[in-house]
Design a protein. Structure first.
Length: 635
């Protein structure tokens, strides 16, 4: 904390001295991505891929199935947008080639549809000390498991014991260099336009098989490293991932001071940290290591950054709101929209902080994350407009003016803002393509197989490079093999469960089995722990003995149930579960995680797998069996 405060005082001196670079408007970007195996599931190959790349532009992320590469900064002028896309494509091709040598592939998406909770254990964390330290500290601050609750089209409610759910998110982070005197005004504009830019760019609708928000990354990232604890009193606490609490009035120092006041340092700087005042006295530019390190553990959606280019200190606004993908062209189009809007609005309005309440801007942002292009936004003129109307009629013309003012090539402006216009008119963001493709597949196809198909289709379309609004919907035929959707119990188990408790009457069990056409009833306690199992045969035996009623009252569940039934975990290989059922001569396996009941797998669930195997075998035999000359051709 001492080093952090010293760096902040040094930044004050740097700002007062007027040496912050102001004459150049540079942009930059960071590209995060997923590494997957041939079946489209997370592949823990990041360290092997980095070794194959041997290039400092590539770096690790929290998960062993993630990578990041950093692009070279460029001046916002001329053919900068086309050069930005070329850079992304070039680096992406390199990592694709390296991943292929390790048996993997690359996907650009905000949240990987095939990611499973079992993929997020500590064994999937990148084995570098800083990640383990960060996990240990955040878990200690949290004081218990992380609780996740996200309600959208579906509802997700789950707990997890580490920070690895943060690794489910990948983004395309933009950097926009600004001067010290203009920082407050431009930062506020970046906050304002976050909502419409995000609404046009959503690419993360699914998590763990649930259709949630248009950009589920936003609530997931917020909750994945939230160290706040519940209290009986309504005390205000800010999560480390946040949009902010107010407009900035004068200086970047306001943001850094607020974050230091609200969030304690998680990790200290190196012991040999530089003395910024000694460096300033010697005419050198300090790196402000402690300040930058602390800033890296406070995750504002628009984050201020301090850096050095060619020996000169500068300030940047880092846009963290955008998901990865669907394609490099889509990403650059999103960037062009954002860069152009900041420039145009800064020329059109002197101070937006006096025109719109900050709460409205923050509300717009959450609307965009939840509803995407279906959101309604309160804007600077006080009107509430649909996102689609606001973007097409008002914001795209403004973004064009902002880019033209920086002498960006007109053909490139037409190309990239045209992508935004076509995407918004077609209402086909990455999220819309994913959900429409998923819902368009036959319901007879398992959820796991549909998600594997989505991932396979994304990989092939991303290699083609066309923007997402030109993609045909994914088809089941594009799946790389249905078997990959049945490798683990969690991929076929039923999670929409009917259960009873021990003190309830057996008659209720009989009725539920009849109503829902089920042959096994799970028994759990009020805490959700599995305590027993009742089969339809047990019900029949009771009825055969005429014991449904006794003098002391109705037979209870506890009187009949099988205690401590054989169970499996979600990570159990499907084949192992099937062998266990055959060996034990049972037709039902409860699925538990820890002590809690999370699902059930039955003989019926395996029938689908067996049917697919039979269909595949018959198809192979039909293709290979030579035709008989005397065969009846049929009608």
């Amino acid at each position: 904390m001492g080093a952090l405060l010293r760096d902040l005082r040094a930044l004050e001196q740097i700002l007062d001295s007027g040496v912050i670079e102001t004459s150049v408007r540079r942009i930059g970007a960071e590209q995060e991505l997923f590494l997957v195996d041939r079946s489209g599931h997370p592949a823990l190959i990041a360290m092997d891929v980095l070794e194959a790349l041997d290039d400092p532009h590539y770096t690790t992320e929290l998960g062993l199935f993630n990578l990041e590469f950093n692009l070279e900064p460029m001046v916002l002028s001329g053919d900068v947008l086309r050069r930005l896309e070329t850079q992304i494509t070039t680096y992406l091709e390199r990592v694709r080639t390296a991943a292929a040598t390790c048996g993997g592939e690359v996907v650009l998406v905000g949240i990987l549809p095939t990611a499973r909770k079992s993929d997020l254990g500590l064994e999937s964390m990148t084995p570098l000390p800083r990640y383990k330290i960060l996990n240990d500290i955040l878990c200690q601050l949290r004081g218990g498991p992380y609780d996740f609750r996200i309600t959208g089209v579906d509802e997700l409610s789950v707990t997890h014991d580490n920070v690895m759910l943060e690794a489910c998110n990948t983004s395309f982070q933009l950097h926009f260099q600004v001067g010290a005197e203009e920082f407050a005004r431009l930062y506020n504009i970046a906050q304002l336009v976050s909502a419409p830019v995000l609404a046009a760019a959503t690419n993360s609708p699914f998590l763990f098989g649930k259709n949630l928000w248009q950009e589920t990354r936003i609530p997931l990232f917020r909750q994945s490293i939230d160290t706040r604890k519940s209290s009986q009193y309504l005390r205000e606490r800010s999560p480390r991932v946040h949009f902010g609490n107010s407009w900035v009035r004068k200086s970047v120092l306001e943001v850094f001071r607020e974050d230091i006041a609200r969030y304690r340092a998680l990790i200290g700087p190196p012991e040999a940290v530089e003395d910024p005042f000694e460096m300033l006295a010697a005419g050198e530019t300090p790196r402000l290591q402690a300040l930058c390190l602390h800033n890296g553990t406070v995750y504002r959606w628009n984050r201020p950054c301090y850096g050095i280019t060619d020996g000169k200190p500068h300030l940047r606004i880092e846009n963290r709101i955008l998901p990865a993908g669907p394609t490099p062209r889509d990403e650059v189009a999103n960037g062009a929209f954002w860069f152009g809007l900041i420039g145009s609005i800064s020329h059109t309005y002197h101070d937006i902080a006096n025109m719109l309440d900050f709460g409205a801007a923050r509300g717009n942002f959450w609307q965009a994350a939840r509803y995407g292009l279906s959101a309604q936004f309160e804007w600077l003129d006080g009107a509430i407009r649909p996102a689609q109307e606001l973007i097409i009629q008002h914001l795209l013309p403004m973004a064009r003016e902002g880019l033209e003012d920086k002498n960006v090539d007109r053909d490139d402006i037409d190309l990239y803002l045209g992508v935004i216009a076509d995407r918004v008119r077609a209402e086909m963001t990455g999220s819309r393509w994913l959900t429409k493709s998923f819902n368009g597949m036959p319901k007879s196809v398992s959820v796991a197989e549909r998600f594997a198909t989505l991932t396979s289709a994304m990989i092939s379309r991303q290699k083609e490079g066309k923007p997402v609004h030109e993609w045909p919907l994914a088809r089941v035929e594009e799946s790389r093999g249905w078997k990959h959707g049945f490798l683990r119990v969690e991929q076929i188990m039923t999670t929409d469960l009917f259960s009873v408790q021990e003190d309830e009457p057996l008659e209720l069990v009989a009725q539920l089995m009849d109503w829902e056409r089920i042959r096994h009833m799970l028994v759990e306690d009020p805490a959700g722990r599995l305590t027993g199992l009742i089969s339809y045969r047990a019900i029949l035996r009771v009825l055969a003995r005429g014991e449904a009623q006794r003098a002391e009252g109705p037979i209870r569940v506890a009187d009949v149930m099988l205690r401590d039934p054989i169970s499996v975990t979600p990570e159990t290989p499907t084949l192992s579960a099937l062998r266990l059922m055959r060996r034990q001569r049972i037709g039902c396996l409860p699925v538990i995680k820890g002590q809690n009941l999370v699902g059930v797998v039955t003989e019926a669930d395996f029938m689908e797998v067996a049917g697919k195997l039979l269909d595949e075998q018959l198809a192979e035999e039909f293709e290979t069996e030579p035709a008989r000359a005397d065969a009846d051709p049929g009608p």
